[in-house]
Design a protein around this ligand. Structure first.
Ligand code: S3P
Length: 209
């Protein structure tokens, strides 16, 4: 698979981290006018995929971003739950993770057809090479919502519907396994110490779609 992501871009001297962007000031429009983006967007599909670990803020940011862009919002986990008529936890309990991954792939294949759309992936979706390939072929923009393992641990501890969250220690191991995949995203936005509105603003400033 021919892959380029944050690491590859950065090795070419391209700064993919919006952490270095200057702070917003009063002359910066709160949300940019997307007519400005025509020259960039002609070759891209109007799709934004938000990826990252459980608790990184994909669903909350995705919903807000979709409102700002006036694009539909699709939460992959919600699509799977609606299709099965049960929660993610129940799917894991009744049929196990391999079956869940099959459902996830099928849901992803359907969701890829929607444009424009802001799509929040599940924490594991982008950690499977076949899914990465499907998403890349779709031509949308991939954005990794990143934050520290300490913050992820805190956020996951309060979540009920996350069967893969067993204990705070297991988070670190799972994250280590997934980081090489998350790094394949085109953009990385830190959610550390930022609320969903601030993260959304950063994404809108990427000028990538
Ligand atoms: C998973 C993350 C969950 C959900 C399922 C598996 C994972 O999505 O898809 O519990 O493998 O990390 P969120 O990242 O939205 O919690």
């Amino acid at each position: 698979m021919e892959v380029q992501g944050v690491d590859e871009w950065e090795s070419q001297g391209i700064d993919c981290s919006v952490l270095t962007l200057p702070p917003l000031d009063s002359t910066t429009p709160r949300f940019l006018d997307f007519s400005d983006f025509e020259p960039m967007s002609w070759h891209r599909r109007k799709q934004i995929y938000l990826l990252g670990f459980m608790g990184s803020g994909k669903s909350t940011v995705g919903e807000l971003l979709s409102r700002e862009l006036r694009w539909p919002f699709i939460d992959l986990d919600t699509v799977i739950e609606a299709g099965q008529g049960m929660s993610i936890r129940e799917i894991f309990e009744r049929s196990g993770e391999p079956f869940f991954r099959q459902l996830e792939r099928a849901a992803l294949t359907e969701v890829l057809k929607t444009e424009p759309a802001v799509i929040a992936l599940g924490g594991g979706t982008f950690a499977y090479e076949a899914n990465v390939e499907l998403i890349r072929e779709s031509g949308g923009t991939t954005i990794w919502l990143d934050c520290s393992v300490q913050t992820l641990r805190q956020r996951c501890a309060t979540m009920q519907n996350r069967p893969l969250f067993r204990d705070p220690e297991s988070i670190e191991h799972l994250l280590d396994l997934r980081l090489p995949y998350y790094r394949l995203a085109e953009f990385k936005v830190s959610t550390e110490g930022r609320d969903a509105g601030e993260v959304t603003e950063q994404i809108l400033r990427l000028r990538a779609f």
